[in-house]
Write a protein that binds this ligand. Structure first.
Ligand code: PLP
Length: 389
């Protein structure tokens, strides 16, 4: 197929967008208490890292996702970095992750001094493959008494960071089992999957709860946004306390003295952003419903018109943050990208693989067969919440 005009008409119809209007990939929607809470926050004078909106947001996001604790952070990258740093990832370590991800996943690992190691993804989830993980460890790793080393580098493979790509849940229970067997700490990059679930023994379970902690992003392009922001989810009380401390410059609470008992980061979410986040969180369920309707419409259109739509894997309820289609080959992908963008319909290819960027060229990988295949074919299509639903 080289003429996608029917598809473009369908997308325009879906978003009630006349011919000349630009359709973005993902627009934020401010339809609730955003202005009210922002004004309240300004009037309170507490606009920075202390305030009731931060506390309230942490309580509500933990409740929504089903974690015992949440720690609000300045963004998703800082959330991921804070977790890795706090669990002891450092320059002596390696961290397994997927090359098919936004660059922040690798950057957060590299900020600790550790080296990312890239393992392939599954073709259906677009996320870290448990089969590839197991095979990589079998071929390259050696179990020590209570940790695992890379046979070649002798470094400790301390953690594994799978990412739920575009909100499609990875096979996370299988990944968790493998990590446990090999004494590798599991940290989920949950940046794209707020509102994504899978069924665990028949129970609807939010992503981001299988490992020691996970990181959410509230960037402007995400399902809900605080402008910039993020959150850490964990069930571990001691870790939650440490993370709150370390993301608040490790300042020991005192009415006027400044004493910091370890190296900390200024990673706390400002109250002003938390006010926005809270208002957005109140609308998350209706946003998810709208996104599900959009995905269903795409799926139906694609099925009728011979286009491969990335749909929900059995046993999962993705948030459909960014909808994606898989084109026949790179040539067809390039035609689609050129035609859609020339028509004012924003589309974009999936990321270049992390190890293709100069900072990560030296990192070990397992061949990344599926990642390379997907890189040439996957394109994101407009996925904003529809305002009329
Ligand atoms: C997979 C992934 N990881 C991490 C991040 C980092 O989040 P942030 O932009 O909030 O730092 C993002 C999104 O931006 C992401 O998509």
């Amino acid at each position: 197929m080289s003429d996608f005009s029917l598809f473009f008409d369908f997308i325009r119809n879906l978003y009630h967008a006349p011919q000349k209007d630009f359709i973005p990939l993902h627009e934020p929607r401010f339809l609730g208490n955003e202005k009210k809470y922002l004004l309240e926050c300004i009037d309170s004078g507490f606009v920075s890292s202390v305030g009731e909106f931060v506390n309230q947001f942490e309580k509500e996001i933990a409740k929504f996702c089903g974690s015992k604790y949440a720690v609000a952070t300045s963004n998703g990258t800082s959330a991921l970095h804070a977790i890795l740093h706090t669990i002891g990832v450092n320059q002596e370590c390696e961290v397994i992750t997927q090359a098919l991800s936004f660059i922040a996943t690798s950057n957060a690992i590299a900020y600790t001094g550790a080296t990312p190691v890239y393992v392939d993804v599954d073709l259906d989830t677009l996320s870290l493959s448990p089969t590839a993980l197991e095979e990589f460890l079998y071929n390259n790793a050696q179990k020590q008494e209570n940790f695992t080393i890379n046979k070649h580098t002798k470094k400790n493979i301390k953690a594994c960071v799978p990412m739920h790509t575009f909100g499609h849940p990875a096979r996370i229970e299988e990944i968790a089992k493998i990590c446990k067997e090999w004494n590798i700490l599991l940290v989920e990059d949950n940046a794209e999957s707020l509102g994504s679930y899978f069924f665990k023994n028949g129970i609807k379970t939010h992503t981001g709860l299988e490992g020691i902690a996970s990181a959410l992003s509230l960037n402007g392009n995400k399902t809900i946004t605080s402008g910039g922001g993020g959150a850490i989810l964990t069930d571990d009380e001691a870790l939650a306390k440490k993370l709150k401390h370390i993301t608040t410059t490790a300042k020991v609470p005192h009415p006027y003295e400044y004493y910091h008992d370890m190296l900390g980061f200024n990673y706390r979410l400002p109250n002003l952003n938390a006010a926005l986040a809270l208002a957005q969180l109140e609308q998350l369920s209706s946003f998810l419903q709208s996104k599900l309707e959009v995905a269903k419409s795409y799926e139906e259109f694609c099925n009728k018109n011979g286009i491969e739509f990335i749909c929900a894997r059995e046993g999962t309820l993705p948030n459909f943050w960014l909808n994606a289609i898989k084109l026949k080959d790179k040539a067809q992908r390039d035609v689609f990208l050129a035609q859609s963008n020339a028509n004012g319909i924003m589309t974009r290819p999936i990321w270049n693989l992390n190890h293709q960027n100069p900072m990560y060229k030296h990192c070990q990988n397992d061949g990344l067969k599926n990642s390379i295949y997907l890189q040439d074919r996957i394109v994101n299509i407009p996925s904003s919440v529809r305002v009329d639903l």
